[in-house]
Design a protein. Structure first.
Length: 303
């Protein structure tokens, strides 16, 4: 799948429980950091459920519908990361499907209110979305598997490690991006926010907030936003220099917390100049259509 198709999976989940199905459930709220109390309550309810069932039937396994297949889980250990990852903003579409189905089964919500429950308690942060796409789609790891603690690229990997992985693989293939002319509309790119020293901000508990997005291949504008100006300019955007640059369609989960979330927009690419008015290799001044703001990003190809 391409990034847009993968994002659509989060917006079209099918939740199954007690013979009921709710289609088109959306997990798209931006959520980062420590989950709310509901994660612990759901996990405790699931452990209590297994304990009671195992006392009566030692071989008991919980059967869940995942992507149209009946999957059996004979212990809470096999469900742990599937259930809790969405509360941390790190869940795959299958994790979200499993977690929300269990929430209905355990009586933490109802099928009629499962969409509201998803909005209130689960979601995605930026590397949660990008990391899941890279690890599961680009590297073709099964939904049943979860990456190691320090593995990258992965939904819990920090942004700097994801960029380092992509850059090293791209260099091996002889593909680097140092100037606008290096960009290819047929390719897919990662964009990572940099600090004032032009270093990728890793994110995480001991770092300022960073950001990472991924672009959609083959969706490109040679002159950003002019095509839909309807004969006039938004003067606010014009003053920010949004118009007339090469632009790529970007997919991201973006904050602030509990707002915005999973979305797509044009990213207009502009040359970043240093104090000597010289172009900075590999770093670009980018106007984000999603936020109508400019940030500096390092850009690397997706290997």
């Amino acid at each position: 799948m391409n990034p847009v198709e993968y994002a659509e999976r989060y917006r079209n989940l099918s939740i199954h429980a007690d013979g009921q199905t709710q289609n088109n459930v959306r997990v798209e709220i931006y959520r980062i950091g420590k989950p709310d109390d509901e994660q612990g309550k759901l996990w405790q309810a699931l452990k209590d459920h297994f304990r009671a069932k195992k006392q009566k039937e030692p071989n008991y396994a919980l059967t869940l519908n995942v992507n149209g297949s009946q999957e059996r889980f004979d212990s809470t250990d096999k469900l742990l990361r599937h259930v809790v990852n969405p509360f941390w903003g790190k869940g795959s579409p299958e994790d979200c499907q499993i977690s929300l189905s269990i929430a209905v089964l355990m009586g933490r919500t109802t099928m009629a209110r499962v969409q509201a429950y998803a909005k209130d308690h689960v979601g995605l942060d930026c590397n949660g979305f990008v990391g899941n796409y890279l690890w599961r789609e680009r590297l073709q790891n099964s939904w049943k598997l979860h990456p190691g603690k320090h593995e990258s690229p992965a939904p819990s990997a920090n942004i700097a490690s994801i960029i380092t992985w992509a850059a090293s693989k791209s260099k091996e293939n002889g593909v680097v991006v140092e100037k606008l002319e290096d960009l290819d509309s047929e390719k897919m790119y990662l964009m990572a926010m940099v600090d004032k020293h032009l270093k990728v901000i890793p994110g995480g508990p001991n770092s300022p907030s960073g950001h990472i997005v991924i672009t959609q291949p083959k969706r490109y504008m040679a002159t950003s936003f002019v095509w839909d100006s309807l004969g006039f300019y938004d003067m606010g955007w014009a003053k920010k220099g949004a118009y007339g640059h090469p632009a790529y369609w970007a997919v991201e989960s973006t904050g602030p917390e509990l707002r915005v979330g999973l979305r797509e927009s044009w990213y207009a690419m502009r040359v970043l100049l240093n104090k000597k008015k010289e172009p900075v290799p590999g770093i670009f001044d980018v106007f984000r259509g999603s936020k109508a703001e400019a940030l500096n990003f390092r850009v690397v190809p997706v290997p």
